[in-house]
Design a protein. Structure first.
Length: 114
């Protein structure tokens, strides 16, 4: 990742994964250990598209409100299924500098189900 990299979050319906562009609706830069960025997820369902999923990852190649092409989506993003979830925390681990650097990983924790 570059110094300009940030955490991008966007939605795609599980039936459409990797097939269509999506819009980056949240981009967070300069996140440090222990930092928190609360947000409310706007649930949007498309007819016939199935349950929604968040996709998140690290990139310098997108900006909030800008469409993300399918080539970038398929390279760097982790899918977080929201099926039946009413709230959850997205936790990012990994990173660092030098030989101990580990890949960034994202997971849902403290999930509550509807």
């Amino acid at each position: 990742m570059t110094d300009n990299s940030g955490i991008v979050i966007f939605q795609q319906h599980e039936a459409c994964m990797d097939e269509a562009p999506a819009t980056a609706w949240r981009m967070t830069r300069n996140a440090g250990p222990g930092w928190s960025y609360p947000f409310t997820y706007p649930v949007a369902m498309a007819a016939g598209a199935g349950p929604a999923a968040l996709r998140t990852g690290m990139t310098a190649d997108v900006a909030e409100g800008v469409r993300i092409n399918s080539a970038i989506i398929s390279q760097v993003y982790i899918k977080l299924s929201l099926s039946g979830t009413s709230s959850a925390d997205i936790i990012m681990t990994g990173g660092g500098f030098g030989p101990d650097t580990t890949p960034f990983l994202f997971s849902l924790q403290n999930a509550r189900y509807a």
